[in-house]
Design a protein around this ligand. Sequence first.
Ligand SMILES: [Zn+2]
Length: 201
Amino acid sequence: MIKADLHIHTTYSSDSTVKPKTLVEKLVAHNFVKAAAVTDHDTAKGLTVTQKLAVAYPDILIIPGVEISTTEGDLLILGTEEMPPQPWTVEAVVDFARERDCVSVAAHPYREYGMGDLARNYKVDAIEVLNGVSSSSSNKLAHDLAKSMGLPGLAGSDAHNPSELFTAYTEVQASLDVDEILKAIKKGLVAAHSTARSIHF
Ligand SMILES: [Zn+2]
């Protein structure tokens, strides 16, 4: 069983102040979150830098990822180190993820840049039901969406500054291994948690 923050922005996202080095140091220091997905906006450059820094620490894991600004709303891909080809429609990006055994996630569906009810039209693998910077009410709507679609509900901080890191995390029934984590997510062996507030589903 591992605990992973599945949605983090580094300084390679133009709107984040989380340096890759800070992310790695905070992950090393944290007492139970030991895995983190780097999901910068439309780039995997921050991921590469963070992975290189993390190599020195065998007890943490950086999960590859990206947050794509699709034409219908933000979509996370977990497990990819490369960018999907343009144009970024949800359908094309979901297909890209599936072909590579990655996990596609509708990010904060009921917040700005979220895809809302449109998520129902696509074969996404999971819904982000607990986003660290979304309101409780939009997280609740996301939780209801996941439930009605029969999809796993994931949690991530969506940190854009160091103090927001690890405020939301996903408990995954897997060891500290990317492939195992992705497979466990697809099987729904996950639970969403928050350290910043108590949210009851
Ligand atoms: Zn984000």
